[in-house]
Design a protein around this ligand. Sequence first.
Ligand code: HMG
Ligand code: MG
Length: 310
Amino acid sequence: MRTPQVEPAAGLPARVTIYEVGARDGLQNEKSVVPVEVKAEFVRRLIAAGLGTVETTSFVNPTWVPQLADAAELLELLGDEGRRRNRPVLVPNERGLDRALASGVEAIAVFASATETFAQKNLNSTLDGQFDMFTPTVKRAKDAGLWVRGYVSMCFGDPWEGDVDIAQVVDVAVRLMKLGCDELSLGDTIGVATVGQVERLLAALQERGIDISRIAVHFHDTYGQALANTMAALRAGVTIVDSSAGGLGGCPYAKSATGNLATEDLVWALHGAGVETGVDLDALVETSVWMAQQLGRPSASGVVKALAGA
Ligand code: HMG
Ligand code: MG
């Protein structure tokens, strides 16, 4: 397959850690339930393609996200491959943590909302109330020696509330980090962010003492801005980027959320700019083509379309 012509670009890190969310954020929005064996094969192929961190599934209320109700079964199928510090699972509350611990996970991610309305829609809670779930969950997870990520959703715009006040986002992020999260991921859940917002939020978080090495960015691509926003974040010092193989994804509780930044599009851009990712792009494209066949529709990724079609 074709590779990008390499031309190092100024202001980018030498290496980027990709946090792959295809198996969780990618699949959670699929209407028809994907067989658990297919999910396991997807995760194994992502790992084989060189993706260091792979978020595998969610231990949420199964009636809220039936697609991922098979979380325990999936981890059973994955065996030791699914129980590592770089295989996080989503956990909203202590019930989810109990289930995750019973499956032997070593890393979890809690997910907060920066807005009142999304806290209600996604967590059946309030902005303050969500911390009543996260506080004991994170404490128990840390006591058990787990690695913990904290997501903040709706950082750059909310489908019900419109613009989101940056102070509100910073407040939620600081509260999450104070609970003891090891990493913070800034979610553009509905893909509306633009580069100036990204720069301003990153600066504001650092002013509040959050180290840039602990901040990840998570852009959905609804308005086609995900890669531009990611590059802006990398130039501001971020080195951890969330993306989804083939551009799968979306949040079932935010209608305007489409797929995440496609991992292939990210890898093409980074390898072209001389940035290391450890990812084998050919193997990843083959994985996304295979997954597209399982789902019965073509990948949304421009790079997958170009390379697989060539
Ligand atoms: P709830 O229904 O209000 O929960 O859900 P509850 O505490 O009232 O409990 C009701 C029943 O659910 C009880 O069972 C609980 O045990 C059970 P009963 O006593 O009636 O038999 N229950 C659970 N069962 C299994 N696992 C659990 C669990 N929790 C309760 N974890 C809750 C509240 C937060 C659980 C619910 O709202 C929920 O699961 N929400 C998750 C929604 C979701 O997964 N959204 C997508 C992920 S977020 C996202 O995609 C954004 C992100 O990508 C970043 C970005 O893009 O911005 C991360
Ligand atoms: Mg997401």
